[in-house]
Design a protein around this ligand. Structure first.
Ligand SMILES: *Cc1c(COP(=O)(O)O)cnc(C)c1O
Length: 360
C-alpha cells in the first residue's frame, strides 16, 4: 500500500495500476524469462514494446502521419539546445515567449546559436499570466517561435496555441502533454521530459513534423541531430528502454482505465476545480496567478506569510501530503496534480487546507 500522496512537480506520481503491473512483470516479461530492464533493445520482444508505445502515443494524441515520434534521453533541458541546432537553419533568427523559468532557460541556451529575440514576456508580474500575442507579434523572418505551454514552476498555462502565422511553432510540453486532447498539427515540434505525465525520468519525447528534420547546422553532434534519431527509429544508440516500457503501460492505463484523453481531461478539470474553488473561498490561501491562465497540472498558492507557509508544508507532510513546498522563485506552495494524482489525493489536500485555515 502507498502511504502518501506525492504532489511533487517531477519526478511525480505514476498510476498505481501501472506500478503494480510493472512489479508483476519485473522478473519475467510476458514469458520471455527476463526483466524488460535486461533486454537487448534490438531484440524482437523489445521491438514490440517500443513499437506499441509509439502506436499508442499516436493513437492517444492523434499525431498525424507526417510527424515523427522520437524517444530520446537528455531531458527537456537538452532540447533547449537541440531545437536551435536543428531548426535555426534559415535566417538564423528565433522568437521566444518568456512565461517562466524553463522558457527563460530555453531562451538563454538558444542565444548560443543565433539571433534570438524575446517576442513577449510576463516577467513584469513574476510570470503570473500569459501575454497576449497575435501573428504580428512575431518576426516573419524567424525560423521558429518557442513557447512553454504549461509553466510548471509558476502554475500558468496557454489556453491555446498562439497564432504565429507561417512561422513554425515549437512547444515545451513537459508538464502538459497527455493532460488533455489538443491539435498536434498546430505545432511544428513538441517536446516533453517524461517524468511529469508519461514515465519515470530518463525519457524525453520529441514529436516533430517531417519537414523540420534534416537541416541541422554544421557541427551538430550525431546524438543531437533529429534526422539521425528519426532515420534509426530512436535506436541509433541504446534508448531509455525501461522508461519507454513504463510509458507504454501509462498509455494503456489512459486508454483502458481512464477511457482516453477526453476523459483524462475531464478528470483533470474536476481535480483542479476542487483545489481552485477551495482557494477562491479561502481567506487564508491565495492563488498566485491570474485566474484565466490557471494551470490544471501545477496549482500555486500562498498565505502571504512565509512562516505560515512553512508550517503548512510541514504539517501537510505529517498528514501524508508530501512535496507541497513551492519553488523558491515563487515561494508559498505548489500542488502538482498530474494525471496520476487520484481525485482522492486532491480531496485530502482540500480537507487539510480547510482544517489548517480553521486552526490558523
Ligand atoms: C521539468 C521541466 C523541464 C526540465 O526537464 P528535464 O527533463 O529535467 O530537463 C523543462 N520544461 C518544463 C516545462 C518542465 O516542466
Amino acid at each position: 500500500m502507498r502511504k502518501v500522496f506525492n504532489f511533487s512537480a517531477g519526478p511525480s506520481m505514476l498510476p498505481e495500476a501501472v506500478l503494480k503491473r510493472a512489479a508483476g512483470e519485473m522478473l519475467d516479461y510476458n514469458g520471455s524469462g527476463q526483466s524488460v530492464m535486461e533486454m537487448s533493445h534490438r531484440s524482437a520482444v523489445y521491438e514490440e514494446i517500443i513499437e506499441s508505445c509509439e502506436a499508442l502515443l499516436r493513437e492517444t494524441m492523434g499525431i498525424p502521419d507526417s510527424y515523427k515520434v522520437l524517444f530520446m534521453q537528455g531531458g527537456a533541458s537538452s532540447q533547449f539546445a537541440m531545437v536551435p541546432m536543428n531548426l535555426m537553419n534559415g535566417s538564423g533568427k528565433a522568437d521566444y515567449m518568456l512565461t517562466g523559468q524553463f522558457s527563460e532557460k530555453a531562451y538563454q541556451e538558444a542565444q548560443k546559436f543565433g539571433d534570438v529575440r524575446v517576442a513577449a514576456s510576463s516577467k513584469d508580474r513574476n510570470f503570473s499570466y500569459i501575454p497576449q500575442t497575435c501573428a504580428d507579434t512575431f518576426d516573419k523572418d524567424a525560423d521558429y517561435v518557442h513557447i512553454c505551454y504549461n509553466n510548471t514552476i509558476f502554475g500558468t498555462r496557454f489556453l491555446e496555441a498562439p497564432d504565429t502565422g507561417d512561422i513554425p511553432l515549437v512547444a515545451d510540453m513537459s508538464s502538459y502533454i497527455l493532460s488533455e486532447p489538443f491539435d498536434v498539427s498546430k505545432f511544428a515540434l513538441i517536446y516533453a521530459g517524461a517524468q511529469k505525465n508519461m514515465a519515470p525520468a530518463g525519457l524525453t519525447v520529441v514529436i516533430v513534423r517531417e519537414d523540420m528534420i534534416g537541416k541541422a547546422r554544421q557541427g551538430t553532434p550525431v546524438m543531437f541531430d533529429y534526422k539521425v534519431m528519426a532515420d534509426n527509429g530512436s535506436m541509433y544508440n541504446t534508448p531509455p528502454t525501461y522508461p519507454i516500457y513504463i510509458c507504454k503501460l501509462v498509455l494503456e492505463w489512459i486508454r483502458d482505465d481512464i477511457g482516453g484523453l477526453a476523459a483524462m481531461a475531464e478528470r483533470n478539470r474536476e481535480k483542479a476545480g476542487l483545489l481552485y474553488s477551495c482557494l477562491d473561498s479561502s481567506k487564508l490561501f491565495k492563488s498566485t496567478v491570474q485566474k484565466e491562465f490557471r494551470s490544471t497540472m501545477n496549482v500555486t498558492f500562498a498565505t502571504g506569510d512565509a512562516q505560515l507557509d512553512k508550517k503548512f508544508v510541514a504539517e501537510a507532510e505529517t498528514a501524508g501530503l508530501v512535496n507541497l513546498k513551492g519553488h523558491r522563485s515563487v515561494g508559498g506552495m505548489r500542488a502538482s496534480i498530474y494525471n496520476a494524482m487520484p481525485r482522492e489525493g486532491v480531496e485530502r489536500l482540500v480537507e487539510f487546507m480547510e482544517k489548517f485555515e480553521e486552526e490558523n
